[in-house]
Design a protein around this ligand. Structure first.
Ligand code: SF4
Ligand code: SF4
Length: 454
């Protein structure tokens, strides 16, 4: 028995996917170029002086549409990642492998960049198969080196764009970034080049983790690319039809067009397979065939197992409720926490072991520790003004406070009150911390003893 992607003797079965035209390929082209424009353009866009989306690894900051998250905001990063994961589960349960077919970078790069270049230089399927049979010949080297040179240039350009989500692209593209950044770019470029030139569909078949848990995310009502067995079988070529006029054949003329266009080299007529990336190349191929032969719809369509069995397709099912509910809850938690989030965080705690002391001048002293964290992405040190509120006549003694982005510090703070007979033994006060972009208050209590305050 042969395994998908392998020949009978266990060697790789090279896929020479034939080019195809059709409405789903147009959709691919549109979504693919929009996504590539987002990939190339986003790293260059700033909002309020901050990148619209960047994970600044060196500065340990994540910029997302004007908000800056630091390691102290781990909960936000966890919520973002969980929301993305459950968003993917939710859409997979409804629409099958739309991600693979239309949005996965692997599919987008191969469909919109690599296959058109390959076709331009080496020709379509039969020309490429012929070229492969002349391996190591002068023509093979010429055409192979030409596509490899372009793949390498694309791999470097795409890797630099990808790194723009981690390092300022103005530095990256002008040679001003760190050695580590260029090291990572080289690694990404090497990986992409290997993928374009050699690995390709093997990634989807053997490596992609998302493909592995498709079975757990979809059910009989999920949308998938499916062969319409009821109208198509038993299949027969025109020669077989002529030879057996008494047999009632199905609509499939066994032209194998749906097979030769498949980028993962599978035959969708064998039923749903995990290797199918839902690209709908076979749908467009069969549409073209059926228009010429029978003027009937494609025998391969987006459908569901339930629809194929004549049952009504259900959009809302327990799993869509579960994934959708979790997605909604996680997104809501993210926005609620975000609404109450301050770029400056502060805590005030009494110094352990002391309630109050009386200074030589008779004033009562309470000592605290003030913990302040700057969670903003602001460049340069941020001066923090601290004011005491709620204790008339009191004095605040503390060093000046300045914090860089993501910096956290703990400083001693002394609150002193003049002697007073009226004073309650415990009185509340607030410290107000202000910067150019935020204002927060922390509460504390001032303790005194009547015997000392007189
Ligand atoms: S079977 Fe059709 S939809 Fe699936 S990967 Fe092949 S061409 Fe794409
Ligand atoms: S393209 Fe359509 S008609 Fe041709 S083999 Fe595939 S399903 Fe049958």
């Amino acid at each position: 028995m042969s395994i998908i992607g392998q020949t009978e003797d266990g060697k790789r079965r090279w896929v020479f996917a034939q080019s195809v035209k059709g409405r789903f390929q147009k959709l691919h082209r549109i979504s693919g170029w929009i996504l590539m424009a987002i990939l190339l353009g986003t790293p260059w866009i700033n909002i309020g002086g901050q990148p619209v989306l960047r994970m600044d690894l060196a500065g340990r900051r994540l910029f997302v549409v004007g908000a800056t998250f630091t390691p102290h905001d781990a909960i936000f990063i966890v919520l973002i990642l969980l929301s993305l994961a459950f968003g993917l589960f939710f859409f997979t349960s409804l629409y099958g492998r739309m991600w693979c077919g239309y949005a996965c970078p692997q599919t987008v790069f191969l469909e919109e960049l690599i296959r058109p270049i390959e076709k331009l230089i080496q020709g379509d399927r039969s020309a490429r198969k012929q070229l492969a049979s002349k391996r190591w010949s002068g023509e093979w080297w010429r055409k192979q080196l030409a596509v490899w040179a372009i793949y390498l240039a694309l791999a470097v350009g795409l890797s630099l764009s990808l790194m723009g989500f981690f390092v300022d692209p103005r530095l990256l593209w002008t040679g001003g970034a760190s050695t580590a950044a260029y090291g990572l770019t080289t690694f990404f470029a090497g990986t992409l080049f290997l993928d374009f030139a050699w690995f390709r569909e093997q990634f989807c078949i053997y490596l992609c983790p998302y493909a592995r848990f498709q079975g757990a995310l979809t059910d009989d009502h999920s949308l998938n690319v499916m062969y319409r067995v009821s109208v198509s079988e038993p299949r027969a070529t025109s020669r077989q039809r002529k030879a057996e006029p008494e047999v009632q054949h199905g609509a499939c003329i066994d032209c194998k067009k749906c097979v030769v266009v498949c980028p993962t080299g599978i035959d969708i007529r064998d039923g749903f397979q995990l290797e199918c990336i839902g690209c709908a190349r076979c749908v467009d191929a069969c549409t073209e065939v059926m228009l010429k032969v029978d003027n009937q719809p494609s025998l391969v369509q987006y459908s569901s197992v339930a629809a194929q069995q004549g049952q009504p397709s259900k959009k809302l099912r327990p799993r869509t409720f579960a994934y959708g509910g979790l997605l909604t809850a996680l997104s809501a938690a993210f926005f609620i926490l975000l609404a109450g989030r301050h770029p400056i965080e502060a805590n005030l705690n009494r110094m352990p072991g002391t309630l109050y002391t009386v200074d030589a001048d008779g004033w009562v002293r309470n000592t605290f520790f003030l913990q302040v964290t700057n969670n903003s992405g602001a460049e340069g040190p941020v001066p923090v003004q601290v004011d005491l509120r709620g204790l008339e006549g009191a004095e605040l003694v503390m060093p000046s406070l300045e914090l860089s982005s993501t910096e956290s510090t703990r400083i001693p703070v002394v609150v002193r009150m003049p002697p007073s007979n009226d004073a309650d033994r415990t009185r509340s006060f607030e410290l107000e911390l202000s910067t150019d972009f935020d204002r927060v208050t922390v509460g504390g209590t001032f303790k005194s003893g009547t015997s000392e305050v007189n």
